[in-house]
Every structure is written in structure tokens, then in C-alpha cells.
Design a protein around this ligand. Structure first.
Ligand code: NAP
Ligand code: GCO
Length: 263
């Protein structure tokens, strides 16, 4: 029988107090995993633990910035002591800065690359040694449409997410021999705080132009919900995907397949 269960596994989802990370971690908890998450902000850890508890999930929250390698190393050591070896890592934490490239400072560019690309590298480096000792593991990197496409104002984010796609393939290549599968999930346009500015109702009560644009580009004719990512994430975290490696699974309602509805 195909095994989608995560019973007995420890899943660490970064930046999972809310949004996509919370939805993915909740689904992994429902599939039997013990849930661990981190965030930079202590208040969010508290709110996150309470939100998981409301779903019947006793999650373990840790305050940690994914770009701080010593802090990440010490958090993973603490998790291994307090919860267990990390079997599943979801690199979800990420930011976006929507600034036209010529107006973007090098500092802003570096900050996006640091969190969205260096962070997943630092996190993967911290968990892989114990995965090897344990005989295997799963790493899921949350990529993006911008791992494949560009658009105005998201140069740093697209560079980071394009890099994250290749980091995914490289981890798969370098550590597949240790029964570690590293794959990506490429969400389409999902209704979360990160995309709220793109969906704001206009002063005249009409939809945001970008909102209308995305609906015309999406065969499903809707924005995705964080919950749409839960099943693909559980699949990639489970034994059902043990021969899937280096793959980016786009969960986008068909955007990447579609030229877009004629205006
Ligand atoms: P979100 O609502 O902005 O949540 C991002 C989470 O990451 C927050 O909990 C945030 O916590 C945390 N975070 C940010 N920087 C961090 C750091 N340095 N260390 C630890 N935690 C940090 O974003 P989302 O929409 O859920 O997106 C989650 C992931 O999916 C991101 O990687 C994003 O790029 C990707 N994605 C989103 C969409 C979409 O349409 N929403 C589509 C494709 C891909 P703080 O509150 O402390 O910042
Ligand atoms: C944007 C959006 C996108 C989504 C997502 C699409 O400004 O274009 O924020 O980047 O967040 O990454 O997959």
C-alpha cells in the first residue's frame, strides 16, 4: 500500500507561525508528524503554538532567524535533544521586496537573497548530517512562479527563487546517495499576507488590477489558498515520493501552462 503517513517523523517548517508554512505544517501534523517551527519574532511563536493547539497539534516553536548560521546550528541541536532528529525540513521562511530594480539598493537585494536563498542553504546544512546518520530524510524548498518567470519589481526575489530551484537540484544530486530526497514546491499566486498588497480592493471598490491579471492568467480562475499546498507537501514528505528527487512541483492552478485569457 502507498505510504503517505508521516507517523513517527519530526518535521521542521521554517517561518511557520502563519501563512503557507502554517498550512503545510498543520497538514504534516494531521499526517502524524511531530511539528517544529521557527520564527524571528517571539510573539509569533506564542501565537503560532496557540494556533496549532487549536488544531489539536502540539507544535514546538523556536525563535531563530534562518540567516544566522550559529543560531540555526544551535536550534537544530536543541530540537534533536528536545524533540528528535529532523526527518523532514521545509524551507518556507521567505520575504519579498517589490521595488523596480533601478531603485532597489544593493542592501535590499542582499537581504532578500540572504533570507530566501542563503537561509535554505544554512538550514539544509544544519539538518543533513543527522539525516545521513539516520539513513535518510526529506527536504522541501518552497520555490515560486519566479523560479521560472520574471516580472517588474521582483528582481531580487526571482534571483533568489531561481537559485533556490538550482539549490534543490544540487542537494538532490549531492545527497541522493544517502536516501535524502530534496524537492521543491512552486506555489502559484496564493492568498496570504505576502500577497495581500496585490489583492487590495481599490478606492472605487473594484478589484486590484494585479488581482484581475492573475485571474486572467490562471486556468483555475482563482487565487490559490495555502491549504492547496498541503497535499503536495505531505506527498513530498512521505515515503510515497522516495523516488522523486530534484523535482519542482508547481502548484499553480495551471498558470505556467497557460498563455492567459484574451482580454
Ligand atoms: P508570509 O505570509 O510573508 O510568511 C513568511 C514567513 O516567513 C513569516 O512567518 C515570516 O515571519 C517568516 N520569516 C521571514 N523571514 C524570516 C527569517 N529570516 N527567519 C525566520 N522566519 C522568517 O509568506 P507566505 O506567503 O506564507 O510565503 C511563504 C513562502 O512561500 C515564502 O518562501 C514565499 O516566498 C513563498 N511563496 C509564496 C507565494 C504566495 O503567493 N504567497 C507564492 C509562491 C511562493 P516574520 O513575521 O518574522 O517575518
Ligand atoms: C509577486 C508575488 C509572487 C508570489 C509568488 C508567485 O509579487 O509577483 O508576490 O512572487 O509571491 O512567488 O509564485
Amino acid at each position: 500500500m502507498v505510504n503517505f503517513s508521516l507517523e513517527g517523523k519530526v518535521a521542521l517548517v521554517t517561518g511557520a507561525s502563519y501563512g503557507i508554512g502554517f498550512a503545510i505544517a498543520s497538514a504534516m501534523g494531521e499526517a502524524g508528524a511531530r511539528i517544529v517551527f521557527n520564527d524571528r519574532n517571539p510573539d509569533l511563536i506564542e501565537k503560532g503554538v496557540a494556533a496549532y493547539r487549536e488544531l489539536g497539534i502540539e507544535a514546538h516553536g523556536y525563535i531563530c532567524d534562518v540567516t544566522d548560521e550559529p543560531a540555526v546550528q544551535s536550534m537544530v541541536a536543541q530540537i534533536e535533544k528536545e524533540v528528535g532528529v529532523v526527518d523532514i525540513l521545509v524551507n518556507n521562511a521567505g520575504i519579498i521586496k517589490r521595488i523596480p530594480m533601478l531603485e532597489m539598493s544593493a542592501e535590499d537585494f542582499r537581504q532578500v537573497i540572504d533570507i530566501d536563498l542563503n537561509g535554505p542553504f544554512i538550514m539544509a546544512k544544519a539538518v543533513i548530517p543527522s539525516m545521513i546518520k539516520k539513513g535518510g530524510g526529506k527536504i522541501i524548498n518552497i520555490c515560486s512562479m519566479m523560479s521560472e518567470l520574471g516580472r517588474e519589481t521582483v528582481s531580487a526575489y526571482a534571483a533568489a527563487k531561481g537559485g533556490l530551484k538550482m539549490l534543490t537540484k544540487n542537494i538532490a544530486s549531492e545527497y541522493g546517495q544517502y536516501n535524502i530526497q530534496c524537492n521543491g514546491i512552486g506555489p502559484g499566486y496564493i492568498a496570504t499576507p505576502q500577497t495581500a498588497p496585490l489583492r487590495e480592493i481599490q478606492p472605487d471598490g473594484s478589484r486590484h488590477p494585479f488581482d484581475r491579471f492573475i485571474l486572467a492568467k490562471t486556468p483555475a480562475n482563482r487565487w490559490g489558498e495555502a491549504a492547496d499546498l498541503a497535499g503536495p507537501a505531505v506527498f513530498l514528505a512521505s515515503d510515497a515520493s522516495n523516488f522523486v528527487n530534484g523535482h519542482i512541483l508547481y502548484v499553480d492552478g495551471g498558470i505556467l501552462a497557460y498563455i492567459g485569457k484574451q482580454p
